[in-house]
Design a protein around this ligand. Structure first.
Ligand code: HSE
Length: 428
């Protein structure tokens, strides 16, 4: 019997209990022995009176988990940095294997966890921390291990993907769509981590270690959220043959440096990620042997996240039965040679409101020409009260060149407003 201690009994905790109950026979066959949740730690046991725990014991004391010699694996599904960090460190120090769904604590402390696990001859698994039920981490570690990963693009946040899908499908602005998503329970009451791109940035930090063996922190990831995406930009993007997605992008630059960014991105409607809708997550990668590959599925929710957690338990239990371990650690993390954000390349979509006047286009193009920014498409959209809307798509240029040009464009007298600047990835 593999005895497990569970910390937290929200949606994900309950998902884990259900999966183990429902699939017990199958899991036993796979592992060679039954998986049993022996003890569950919660803050307020009264809240869970309605749940059937079988013979699992409920406690409010962490010591009941770490001091129990029968418990081999501790599963943490409370989220957040504190107190999860302490629980994970103590569990590893007590020689327990750890499984966690916690992207924040893993992205901030993975190196410490790997070192502690190695020292105490155990392991830490965190498949559920990125992409919920999609086995992104296991695929990168095992399935694509023959490859140099050339680039990785992810839709790693379900809330923002849902909102962007609904802005487009229901022709609604961002604020209305967010409110609806909150009412439906599809966005958190405080959705700021999701909306701002920070949640996806945490997940990208974890993937940087798995796919590129790079030890980075969130401060090394440029991230920008979806709060300024308008219905109009979404419509113009579609007219021009693009979808707008919040992408996490990891790429090699100049053959030796790496760049990690999260931002709203216009991608061709024909790109596989353009068809990932609603709360679905996906990772699209290019490996030097496999070529292009796409993984997609549900990135959140009790059952999909529980699926990833139970799969991690199965992996550990299998190792335990076979007497092998420490297969999941990243012992050789390097300090990454990061390309400074200002020097990374992107094409850009720019929407400006200008006076409908002769020579305005010449002025706009003059600013771009001075920065050696080449234009790929230019459109004049609606004209109202002598104000015209101009949409420009550029060829790739450096971030610093674009930032300088935007500032110069807004200084032109006839330019009334720079309404939007969105990065475009045509060759991904
Ligand atoms: N808040 C996350 C999302 C859920 O919307 O994708 C799991 O990380």
């Amino acid at each position: 019997m593999i005895e497990v201690g569970l910390i937290g009994l929200g949606n994900v905790g309950q998902g884990i209990l259900n999966i183990i109950q429902e699939n017990q026979a199958l899991l036993t066959q796979r592992v060679g022995q039954p998986i049993h949740i022996k003890t569950i730690m919660v803050r307020d046991p009264k809240k869970y009176n309605h749940i059937d725990f079988g013979d699992s014991k409920i406690t409010t004391q962490f010591s009941d988990l770490i001091n129990d010699n029968e418990i081999k694996i501790i599963v943490e599904v409370i989220g957040g940095e504190t107190p999860a960090y302490d629980y994970i460190c103590q569990a590893l120090e007590h020689g327990k294997y750890v499984v966690t769904a916690n992207k924040e604590v893993v992205s901030k402390h993975q190196k410490t966890f790997f070192e502690l696990a190695k020292k105490h001859q155990v392991d830490i698994y965190y498949e559920a921390a990125v992409g919920g039920g999609i086995p992104i981490i296991r695929s990168l570690k095992v399935g694509f291990s023959a490859n140099k990963i050339e680039s990785l693009l992810g839709i790693l946040n379900g809330t923002t993907n849902y909102i962007l899908t609904k802005i487009e499908q229901d022709s609604q602005e961002f604020d209305v769509t967010l409110k609806e998503a909150q009412e439906l329970g599809l966005a958190e009451a405080d959705p700021s981590m999701d909306i701002s791109g920070l949640d996806a940035a945490h997940k990208l930090v974890i993937l940087a270690a798995v796919a590129f063996k790079s030890n980075i922190q969130v401060k090394d990831v440029f991230y920008e959220g979806i709060e300024n995406i308008t219905l109009k930009d979404m419509k113009y993007a579609k007219e021009l043959g693009f979808a707008i997605k919040l992408l996490a992008l990891a790429k090699h630059v100049n053959g030796k440096q790496l760049s990690f960014k999260v931002h709203p991105t216009m991608i061709p409607l024909s790109h596989p990620l353009a068809n990932i809708h609603n709360e679905m997550n996906a990772a699209y990668l290019k490996g030097n042997a496999v070529g292009e590959a796409l993984l997609s599925g549900k990135g959140a929710g009790g059952s999909p996240t529980g699926s990833a957690i139970v799969s991690d338990i199965v992996d550990i239990a299998f190792d335990h039965t076979q007497d092998v371990n420490r297969r999941n650690l990243e012992p050789n993390l390097k300090t990454a040679d990061l390309c400074p954000f200002e020097d990374t390349d992107s094409a850009f979509y720019i929407r400006l409101k200008v006076n409908d006047h002769h020579s305005v286009l010449e002025q706009l193009l003059g600013v771009l020409a001075k920065a050696e920014i080449s234009v790929s498409k230019i459109l004049q959209k609606e004209i109202q009260n002598n104000i015209a809307e101009i949409v420009i798509i550029t060829h790739p240029t450096k971030e610093h060149q674009m930032a300088q040009s935007i500032s110069e464009l807004t200084d032109i007298d006839t330019v009334k407003k720079c309404c939007s600047v969105i990065r475009v990835e045509e060759q991904v």
